[in-house]
Design a protein around this ligand. Sequence first.
Ligand code: PLP
Length: 462
Amino acid sequence: MEAKKRKVLAEPFKIKMVEPLKITTEEYRINALKKAGYNPFLLRADDVFIDLLTDSGTGAMSDRQWGGIMTGDESYAGAKSWEHLETVVKDLTGMPFILPTHQGRAAERILYGILGGKDKIFISNTHFDTTRANIEFTGATAIDVMPDEANDPEIYLPFKGNIDLAKVKTLVDDYGKENIAAIIITVTNNSAGGQPVSMENVKALRGICDENELLLVIDGCRIAENSYFIKHREKGFENKSYIEIAQEMLRLGDAFIMSSKKDGLVNIGGLLTLKDEALSVKCKNLLIISEGFTTYGGLAGRDMEALSIGLVEVFDKDYLHYRIRSTEYLGENLKRMGIPVVWPIGGHAVYIDAKKLYPNIPIEQYPGQALVCDLYVNGGIRCVEVGSVMFGKYDPSGNLIPAANELVRLAIPRRVYTQSHIDYVIEVFEDILKLRNQERGYKITYEPAFLRHFTATFEKLN
Ligand SMILES: *Cc1c(COP(=O)(O)O)cnc(C)c1O
């Protein structure tokens, strides 16, 4: 059966176990949102119908993975499940030293804790927020270098997540190679909309690292999704399998960091893999202090078993086609309706330009927050603002310094929602379009000093 030729994107799985969703009324949701201070992070998940808050750790495991949960080996050291995981990850990365961690950020804290420190510089296409936080925590500086044209939300570029190679060279010359701790390429580029990175870009980056004896880290928690884009957009990869493409890319790195909560197809876990033995010894010492022994690193045997299986399933061609197409399907339909979406659609999420959608709401009144609240009230859909609530700062006189864009992210969990759920989301946006001329924004009534979007509360303005 060839899914490509059909209009309906039929899921390449059938459902063996169901989790009921609560259907609520609009009145119920208005009340729930008010109680949550107009911040969907503070809603009870049970009050949400379609949860598009994040794709991290929210995916559904397969029957084979659940089988692995039962057969997981819980031995403290040298468990069978560890051997299974180590074999799969060595085959994927080609790297000899494999360290399991409880999440991606634990791998980051270990590696960047060793490489970082005052006066050190890290360069990336875009540092993900936990990556930046772990680097800055050591006193080091994290610099993002994207090509200028990639900041345009409407321009089509096949590999809009690429790093700007010319800017990398300039930075290395300016700071001196001895001060560069590492270059980190994030694939796909999460903070820049889940946009892919080309093989050509990573190969050229490898060249710069070789010339200057720099360490290249691949933050590849969406490496399978990135491989899909390479096969379908980059010349020379048409006949390679997704796993072959991932293997080729990972062999260009000196280290690989992964949050298994994404393309690991599990609900918890992380990985750090390394080529260099001396560096791996330092990392293992920190791993034992903070995560656990080297053959489990903060994971149960059953977690490692499920991850070993997930890392193989994620490269299945039918799964990846469904995965990338279902995200695109949502984005393309919203665009067709006249909803301003960031283009092209990335791998794991659709981003909406709330400033354009709600032109009458001033930025100081957070148009993205207004859209997030409207989606919940109108359809029980939960998503997140990625704009001035998340990234805004204040000048000395207390005026808002807005973020570069006022976006809203609809992140798609893996294997969780069917096409009819996605069609439902599209239908809710028909109601949203009718609100486009509203002038009701929000004001912040409480905010913490750091990462305010998680816990801030709001008041609806009249
Ligand atoms: C999620 C993510 C991380 C952090 O991983 P956690 O498992 O959430 O700690 C790091 N980098 C990228 C690109 C991510 O998407």
